[in-house]
Design a protein around this ligand. Structure first.
Ligand SMILES: [Zn+2]
Length: 283
């Protein structure tokens, strides 16, 4: 079995195991129970990639040399756009509004036709191709976050949806105490795009390394309810496995809040994310 076929099988839940995305997110152990040619090798390869998620692997998908220039100019334009719009507003900025603002401000400069085409290509690419096997909750590049449905959480620079996500965060704060902080809330298409492209830039265009850490635009559940938490004062380490040593993590675990979207040894092609709170448990 070729790696691509293997990934396809995981993605469509074939082989008669009835693998739903939920089950797939749970554990790789069940896969091992199913005898199949070369499966062991594929699992080993998969686990190796997940363990060294930030390293490049031979069959990783990379941005080709022809596309690299437009990729680099898009990254720079995103940076200028975020600077003008401001970090807070940028979290929920839509694609159309981003384009409009870029056109209006000469400091940003309008997105060129090739840049827009590149963004469309990235957005509508099957992320499975990179090795990312999660669902895609935002299907259209032009999907918007409705302002009426969200609230800016004071002192965090982040937004949360009213209703269950906000209630969940409030309850967490009540039960865990002031030491818990909201490190990332709602992320619209543009924010997710920027995170994805920035990471791709740091990895010299390696989209597989990128997608092992950051969901491609459209594929992030930060678009519809999930959020990240951390320990106050722990900074960037909140987004590493070291977060599991913190008081906040221990308390969240005790209180049963860690029904993770990306648990250890998940089958979604995403590193372990103990800080990511899954709010919408039905998806
Ligand atoms: Zn997250």
């Amino acid at each position: 079995m070729k790696r691509r076929d293997f990934l396809k099988i995981l993605a469509i839940g074939a082989l008669g195991w009835g693998i739903t995305p939920e089950v797939r997110a749970q554990n790789i152990e069940m896969l091992k129970k199913s005898p199949s040619e070369n499966l062991d090798d594929h699992i080993k390869d998969y686990l190796n990639k997940m363990q060294y998620f930030n390293k490049s692997h031979e069959d990783d998908v990379r941005i080709d040399s022809v596309t690299y220039k437009v990729f680099a100019s898009t990254v720079m334009r995103f940076k200028r756009l975020q600077q003008i719009v401001g970090h807070g507003n940028f979290q929920i900025l839509s694609f159309d509004d981003g384009l409009k603002i870029a056109r209006r401000y000469s400091k940003i400069g309008k997105f060129s036709k090739t840049e827009i085409k590149f963004m469309e290509m990235i957005f509508y690419e099957e992320a499975q191709h990179y090795g990312f096997l999660g669902q895609k909750p935002m299907n259209k590049l032009t999907d918007r976050i409705k302002i009426k449905e969200v609230i800016k959480v004071p002192h965090t620079g982040n937004y949360l949806y009213k209703g269950l996500p906000l209630e969940t965060f409030e309850k967490i704060k009540q039960r865990v105490g002031e030491q818990v902080v909201l490190t990332s809330g709602i992320r619209g298409i543009m924010k997710q795009f920027m995170l994805f492209l920035n990471k791709a830039n740091q990895t010299n265009g390696n989209l597989s390394i990128t997608s092992r850490s950051i969901a491609p635009p459209g594929y992030s559940f930060h678009g519809n309810g999930d959020f990240d938490v951390g320990q106050a004062g722990f900074g960037a380490a909140n987004f590493t496995e070291r977060f599991t040593n913190t008081e906040v993590y221990k308390k969240l675990n005790e209180l049963g809040y860690l029904k993770l979207r990306y648990p250890k040894k998940n089958l979604l092609g995403v590193r372990f994310e103990p800080w990511h709170i899954k709010v919408r448990t039905e998806i």
